[in-house]
Ligand binder design. Sequence first.
Ligand code: AMP
Length: 214
Amino acid sequence: MEALILLGAPGAGKGTAAERLVARLGVRHVSSGDLLRGAVKQGTPAGQEAEGYMKQGKLVPDELIGRIITDLLVAGGSQLKVLLDGFPRTVAQAEMLEKVVSAQQGRLRGTVLLEVAEEILVERLAGRRLCPKCNAGYHVRTLPPKVSGTCDRCGTPLVQRTDDTAETVRQRLAVFRQDTSPLIEWYNSRGLLKRVDGVGSADDVTERIVQALR
Ligand code: AMP
């Protein structure tokens, strides 16, 4: 198993880059946020536990998300190549990942940090819209759909994520600064960190990531 980590604040463009990297790098995109939103939608025990934290923009407990990701990595077997988007988000989660990777005789290929200034993050998150059916992402100003409020791919009315409201966004950014930013030094000290400028078109950012991993 080989794991590549995309690290960055909410709104840094991890999901958008990840979608493009799937084809470029032949990896499977694993988004912890998408997995949790799926569990909430299905009403699984994990989803029921996670829902309250997510609504408030707080992190779900490490054990909860750690178990979901660990199970997925173990089930994927030795041929699995994953791009982790949104996990790990705390040092405890990074330790869990390190453990499962070594237990599976896998390797961490690297950690890409997408760097974006905080004013830009807030603007991106406030304008973000999502198709609830096919998961396509839009932005009211920078990536509008052809017909306002409607998904280009499947015609479904677009929605705003319930945690993309101004107050929850501020909370999520504070959580990133406090709990997730220590991972930058954690991976840097292991010689695994690649810093990438996350401002620009999705194609440009994706290209920078591919180059950084060469
Ligand atoms: P995201 O889609 O990555 O922005 O995640 C949405 C929400 O899911 C976050 O605000 C957290 O509540 C929860 N979440 C996602 N990934 C994690 C994680 N690795 N650890 C804890 N909570 C997470």
